[in-house]
Design a protein around this ligand. Sequence first.
Ligand SMILES: [Cu+2]
Length: 337
Amino acid sequence: MRRAALLLLLLPLAGCDGIQSMTGGDGAQGAEFNSLFTLFMVVTGVVYILVIAFLIAALLRRGGKRTDVRDDPGEGHERGLTTALVVWTAFIALGLTVLTLASYFTDRSMAAAAVPANGEVLNIEITANQWWWDIRYHSPTHTETIRTANELHLPVGIPAHIQLRSTDVIHSFWVPNLAGKQDLIPGRLNDIDLLPRRTGLFRGQCAEFCGAQHAHMALDVTVESRDAFRAWWRQQAEPAKTPTTPLAMAGYNYVMQRECSVCHNISGTGATGQVAPDLTHVASRKSLAAGTLPMGRGQLYAWIADPQGVKPGNNMPYIGLEPQELHAVVAYLETLK
Ligand SMILES: [Cu+2]
């Protein structure tokens, strides 16, 4: 029983590792913050232990005996007490000064991490929706923009400046491996800076309760080399390819002629909807519906056949497709690499 309780206590620590972890220091801002957090823990921990130690010492000394308050403990005792109080106050003042200075310098180095030495910075715009992330990348000159959803690609060592908006309720952008949280608030522009320090796959998660599917509002984050990032950018900037098989072609026709194209955008086609995830390269992503399902043929079938069954309450309606139409639509979506 005791052992089970102990194991249960340790359970939250399982969250301290891997792709969604605050302790990895995979981003400059996150690492800075972790050092500050550790310093706060040490200083406040020492103060806490001292206070408790003095309390216990006082209780033991009193030894349960009643002492008469009128008993004069003597002048030496009073002087000792004064010295102790002065030392204690100085100790507290020193502790607070250390924490204040550390906060100030952490703030400065976080700001410095957002400003690259060579002026190279990535401009990204994220709009939160119930319950998915709409993501736009602007080229340095803002002449070219690519749009994707629920996935972030970041080149290692290059600061990313991200503007954050919301179309409906308050959400919170959080990639624990890289940095702290920042809210996305309707009618307001917020921002956050990231500086990834190592390559890898991470998981972001909306961190502000935003409705029934809040838990299904995740973000795949890929930190990669500059070359890999450039290749990804080039591929995302391409319009969708025209399908080559008859089945995929039938799916293309269905998507263009039916309601899908009213909500979804597919670059290079007549689908220009703006209120749903951009599908131009949907099959190149790692997951579907903001991390609800991994990307794959079976999951595409499941999603298109019954989006409300997979993610109840989300803003894609059930569309009654005939089996042949479903085969065709999935075959077309799979070509959108
Ligand atoms: Cu949320």
